[in-house]
Ligand binder design. Sequence first.
Ligand code: UDP
Length: 453
Amino acid sequence: DDDVCVASNMEGGKHLVLVASPFQGHMTPMLQLGSVLYSKGFSITIAHTKLNSPDHANHPEFLFLPLSDNFLAIDASANFTKFLELLNDNCRMQLQDRLTQKIQQANHQIVTIIHDNSMYFAEEVARNLNLPSIVLRSCSASYMPAFLALPKLHADGLLPVQDSMLQKLVQELYPLRYKDLPFNNTCTEISKEMLALSERIRTPSAIIWNTMDFLENSALTKLQQHYQIPIFAIGPLNETARCQSTSFLKEDTNCITWLDKQAPRSVIYVSLGSLATMDENELAETAWGLANSKQPFLWVVRPGSVKGSEWIEFLPYGFIEETRGRGLVLKWAPQKQVLAHTAVGGFWSHCGWNSTLESISQGVPMICQPFFGDQYVNSRYLSYVWRVGLELECLERRVIVTAIRRLLVDEEGEETRKQANNMKEKAKYCLCKGGSSFNSLNNLVEFILADCN
Ligand code: UDP
């Protein structure tokens, strides 16, 4: 039997409370982690905000604990750290009260609280209830050394990054350039506030990282030294979890029928995740880049992602006629299925960590267009270290055409395509018996069963 570690008690078994965050890129890996730990014999409660609630019907194996947060939407233009602070304040007492009630019941078996790093209030609740807590990190490990270096870079007067410095390498963060630093182009305030928030997590027993050892060994080693607690790299969770859709938006599955009609590896899939936005001009350059590439495309334009419009009102005149039959524009895709489809030959992405892992798992090479935070770091690693991606130098239609043709058809892209295939094999191997993520997951289960000691 491959499953060497299984929590002993299925009926009313050892119970884990997973505290999820209302961001799509954080919710998905938390639900996936829940599925994986459920398959290891734990019972799972997902505590979540009412804002961006997961669809309970898609996860009959879980119990759910909704927390009122008093938010109607995530306002991307509002102060992000203030938003997180309020969210944490609003949820703290509710979680504590609900878990206290559960614990007072005679047969309670709550053994650990696992929380998203942005839901740091859960750690305080765990401490008050005398339970161990574990943090789930859903960003890349390679991002963290850059994130942790921000105060020093700031003290040295290097932030915000000057134009003349953008292409230069950052000492001690090789191979990152100044342009790859998180928050390189925004005010330094946000990076200071983000750091302050991350310091709210003080005494976790361990960290679960959605990554693979072979991909980020050097960053994981550094982080191990920094945090001095066990780090379990058990990714990619998108491959191990057997759960249904985790999307907040409705997935348009018609695109799969359309993909069925396209030639193998011919389609460029374009999606910038759940938060990134663009303006009208950027939309037009993207549109003409896709049209002029002459390749079939599947393009996700999330409602509200084009500033000042509901959906695709600003698509340039003539674009639809020009690309009729060759392209599909949709609101939200079943991305995992799309990336697994043989017709898809490339992924033009904002390099969010989930998208990155999903693409690597399917051997799909990428065009990298980062927008903020860890996406810059991921983009640099994808293009320069893992060599499965091409950096998009600028959002200009001719540059886009060159990138798409190189990624999908031109001889120059052959190495990138081959390397993407190699990575897929390595990722698979991590999850096989004896592979690093397979072993880490079993170690995590043992760790939890030993009361996180
Ligand atoms: N996603 C999806 N359909 C889409 C676009 C994105 O299902 O049309 C999913 C994608 O598979 C990924 C998540 O949304 O799991 C986005 O997370 P990521 O970390 O890539 O980026 P973020 O949204 O956090 O910027």
